[in-house]
Design a protein around this ligand. Structure first.
Ligand code: CTP
Ligand code: MG
Length: 247
């Protein structure tokens, strides 16, 4: 089967408010390397990925260009774009970049990219792997929308506003969503185009948008328990430990 063009969107435009501190978490160093560089290196090395669009905050564009893209020799990064105030806005801006034709770009390349797949990944998830990317690619070729995730280990409780437990969903049916979340480009672009005309509160991932706007259910693809998102300070300690055991 012919290999489809794949773009990775790596999101690094958040403020990291749950982490706290002066440096946004995606630029904090683990083992002497900025957090976001880990995922970027994995996408760079993956034969599945043709191009990377990196979204950052307006104040870090130069830093990212020199200290990350150049310093780590990331040749697949075609654009460093400024993200938005919310995650879905950063995704939307990246999708607009993906649909754009760069100056001097061949029409055939643009068409291939617009007709390919997009891997949307949290820059704060350093331990994505080449195998996960390949699993997700195989899945998206069959179903056009897939989410990497893992079965939850704890029993999950749904609580009401008063903090009373309402129900306990069957644990075998509950998965934690991770990233990458991978879609056919025409599908996700149409979904976001529709979503952006509506109220976007409560949108925390991309599969939600595809399901709500297009009625397309995403497939769950096995990720890994090491594919954690660095969110709060204890995750940084976990990341140090995982880095030493994986890399
Ligand atoms: N992100 C982004 N643009 C935003 C918000 C988030 O690109 N406006 C990115 C973050 O940089 C991160 C990923 O989306 O890599 C997942 O978001 P999250 O873990 O929520 O990061 P933050 O929004 O930075 O953290 P917090 O919610 O604690 O402020
Ligand atoms: Mg956030």
């Amino acid at each position: 089967m012919e290999k489809k063009y794949c773009t990775a969107v790596v999101l690094a435009a958040g403020k990291g408010s749950r982490m706290g501190g002066n440096t946004a978490k995606q630029y904090m160093e683990i083992g002497g390397k900025p957090l976001v560089a880990y995922a970027l290196e994995v996408f760079e090395a993956s034969p599945v990925i043709d191009e990377i669009i990196l979204m950052t905050d307006a104040g870090h564009m130069e830093y990212v260009q020199t200290e990350i893209v150049e310093a780590y020799g990331l040749k697949k990064v075609s654009t460093i774009g400024a993200g938005g105030g919310e995650r879905y806005e950063s995704v939307w801006k990246a999708l607009c970049t993906l649909m754009d034709r760069e100056e001097g770009e061949k029409e055939s390349v643009v068409r291939e990219r617009q007709d390919g797949y997009v891997f949307i990944h949290d820059g704060a998830r350093p331990f994505v792997t080449g195998e996960i990317i390949e699993r997700a690619y195989r899945a998206v070729c069959k179903c056009n929308a897939c989410v990497v995730g893992m079965p939850v280990k704890d029993t999950i409780k749904l609580v009401n506003r008063e903090g009373m437990i309402e129900s306990s969903p069957d644990r075998s049916m509950v998965w934690q969503a991770q990233t990458p979340q991978v879609f056919s480009v025409p599908l996700i672009v149409e979904a976001f185009t529709r979503q952006m005309r509506e109220d976007c509160t409560g949108i925390t991932d991309d599969a939600m948008v595809v399901e709500a706007q297009m009625g397309v259910k995403a497939h769950m693809v096995m990720g890994s328990y090491a594919n954690i998102k660095i969110t709060t300070p204890e995750d940084l300690f976990m990341a140090e430990v995982l880095r030493n055991s994986i890399i």
